[in-house]
Each structure stands twice: as C-alpha cells, then as structure tokens.
Design a protein around this ligand. Structure first.
Ligand SMILES: *Cc1c(COP(=O)(O)O)cnc(C)c1O
Length: 337
C-alpha cells in the first residue's frame, strides 16, 4: 500500500498516484474522502484505502466510489453495511486494531465479540486487519510489543488465513522490524526517498528537490544588515545573493540563524539573516561566479531534507507537507538505482 496522503507528502497527489498505479501497488492509502475523490477524478483505478476513521456524512460517497475504509467501531460497520445494502453492493473493509497508537481501532482485549458482530453484517466483506506503529523510529521495546499484540490478535481471530490482508508497518516498521504475519505494508516517507531510521538512507533515492533561482547578486559593505530584525550584520565587505524562495513556499522560517545552506554551482553557501516570506539571502565568497538566474537547491541530493528539518526543529514529514501550492511541481520519471 503506497501512502499518498497529504498530496503524496507534498509531491503532488494526482501525479504520484498515476505513477504508482502503473507499478505493482495493491492500494493507495489516503487520509480522507477528499483525497480519495481526487484520485478517482484523475482516472486512477487502483484500490484506495482510508487510513483513518470516517465521518458519518462521508460514508455514502465512500461506498459509491468503492473506497476501502478501516473500521474502528461496530456503529461504523453498521452504518457502512446499511449504505452498501441500499446500494446492493458488498463493501470490502479492514478491521482496525489499536495496539498502542491510540488514534483509532478496536482494543485487542475483547475484540472477538466485536468482530463477530461485524461478521454478521451481510454487505461487508471483512478482507483485512490493520494496526499502526506509534514509535518504530524511537522505541524498539514498545514496537516489538505492538507487533506481538497484533500477531496475537490475528491468531485469536482465526489466524492469517482469515484475512486476505494483514498490515501494520509504516516506513520505520518496514526498514527496522520483521513483518511477522503481515502480507501488506504501508510505506509513506521511504517512498519519497527518506529513511526515518539511521543506517537505511543509502538504500533509498532522493525524490524531491526544492529549487529556486538567484534573483540578485550584490556587494555590500562591512556593517550592513541583512533581512528583517537585522539579525545578521556583515563584518567585512561581502558579496550576497538574493534567492526567490521563502517560508511562503514552505521553506521553513525556523532555520533562520541556524547555519542552513543553499547549494549553488556545486557549492554550499550559508543562508544569512531571517528567511522571509518570498526571499532569502546567502553569503558568497569574494571570488564567486554565482550570477542572477543560477539554479539554487534548498534541499535534494546535495542538501538532505533531513538536515533542513533538523535545523528547523521539526521532522521531514512536516517539511514535505509544508511545501505550498505556490511551488510548481515538476515530475520526472527516473530509473531506480
Ligand atoms: C501516514 C501513515 C503511514 C505512513 O507512515 P510513514 O512513516 O510516512 O511511512 C502508514 N500508516 C498509517 C496508518 C499512516 O497514517
């Protein structure tokens, strides 16, 4: 299951969904019906799975579009069963199990009775069972407990043969842990070329490169202040380049003053002063050949996005999904290494 929620982690929902639909992907995973609808309207016919719970008013459309929900309560199951019955269809659903994420799903304790009630609903096809890891990138002990709890729950409900699809792992679960009884996994971040666990990054190819251009190259004297709040003041005559990107594009303002870099003409250059909404400034060496119009990488294969996220005191997921619509997405298909 390729997770393409949040605009495919900022990469462009329709384009990424189309690219993945041509690969051997069983499901596209989305957060809500709005994303599912966009995939359908882009004429992507892959199966679409809703990763979270649904709101009552969304369910008619979910059944009409044959989107696959996960079920966290018997009431949800009954509501879907009624709609599917009225429409004369059998809706495939997955049982959500809360093994320690705490966002949704049935608690493992006593789940048999609930699943028995769902199994009585004639218009549901319970084809899958799922849970979600809360800490696979930071807590091995707890992750192993969650995996064991999921396996034990599946066993109590009839074993692996009972469910066509059994899934638990996000990217860090896939990279760091055995898959146990699972036969489906839900990669998000790693699909976009970033490992949430150290030691696995070299297996992945960079996907997103955030680029801009140099708008101006200027020389300013010593003692000249740069950007809002005058947080950076030159100590000597300095060449500077102004770059046409800022936090209004999703480049994090929080890196201001943290020695973040921009990559221009094969070299890193320090960003100086505060990142503004539309522009930022880098300091250049005296003998620079950087000129207006030059391409600038803010992150990509030369500056890891994880470095930018760390300087901004956040996570890569947040940086990716923060890239705003103002940034034009250009999609190129390359062959994997
Ligand atoms: C977002 C999400 C994923 C993907 O997580 P990554 O850490 O980005 O791989 C998988 N499963 C569920 C339920 C999610 O919400």
């Amino acid at each position: 299951m390729a997770v393409v929620k949040a605009g495919a982690y900022g990469h462009g929902l329709e384009e990424i969904a189309k690219a993945l639909a041509s690969e051997a992907v069983e499901f596209l995973g989305v957060a809500n019906i709005g994303e599912a609808r966009r995939i359908r309207e882009a004429d992507v016919e892959s199966r679409v799975y809703l990763l979270g719970a649904t709101w009552e008013d969304e369910r008619e459309e979910i059944v009409a579009r044959n989107i696959t929900p996960c079920i966290s309560t018997v009431e949800e199951g009954i509501a879907f069963n009624n709609i599917a019955g009225r429409r004369g269809v059998k809706l495939p659903v997955h049982i959500a199990v809360d093994t320690g994420m705490g966002r949704g799903g049935f608690l493992p304790n006593g789940i048999e009775a609930n699943v028995a009630l769902l199994e009585d609903l004639q218009n549901l096809n319970i084809e899958g069972i799922a849970s979600h890891l809360s800490s696979a990138d930071e807590d091995e002990g707890f992750t192993r407990l969650q995996i064991a709890s999921f396996e034990e729950t599946v066993r109590r409900l009839g074993g692996s043969d009972r469910f066509r699809w059994r899934h638990l792992s996000n990217s860090s679960g896939i990279l760091g842990y055995p898959q146990g009884c699972c036969n489906l996994a839900r990669p998000g971040l790693m699909l976009y070329g970033v490992s949430p666990l150290p030691g696995h990054q070299e297996k992945l190819d960079n996907v997103m490169t955030l680029k801009s251009r140099v708008t101006l190259v200027r020389s300013v004297p010593a003692g000249h202040c740069i950007s809002y709040g005058r947080s950076f003041v030159t100590t000597k005559p300095t060449k500077i380049a102004t770059i046409g990107i800022g936090y209004g594009d999703g480049y994090p303002r929080q890196v201001s003053g943290k020695a973040a870099n921009a990559f221009i003409r094969g070299k890193r250059h320090p960003i100086v002063g505060r990142v503004t909404m539309d522009q930022l400034v880098v300091a250049l060496p005296d003998d620079t050949d950087v000129k207006s119009g030059d391409e600038v990488e803010l992150f990509g294969s030369n500056i890891p996005v994880a470095e930018v996220a760390a300087l901004a005191n956040t996570i890569v997921w947040d940086v990716f999904t923060g890239i705003t619509p103002r940034v034009q997405r250009i999609h190129l298909r390359t062959s994997p290494k």
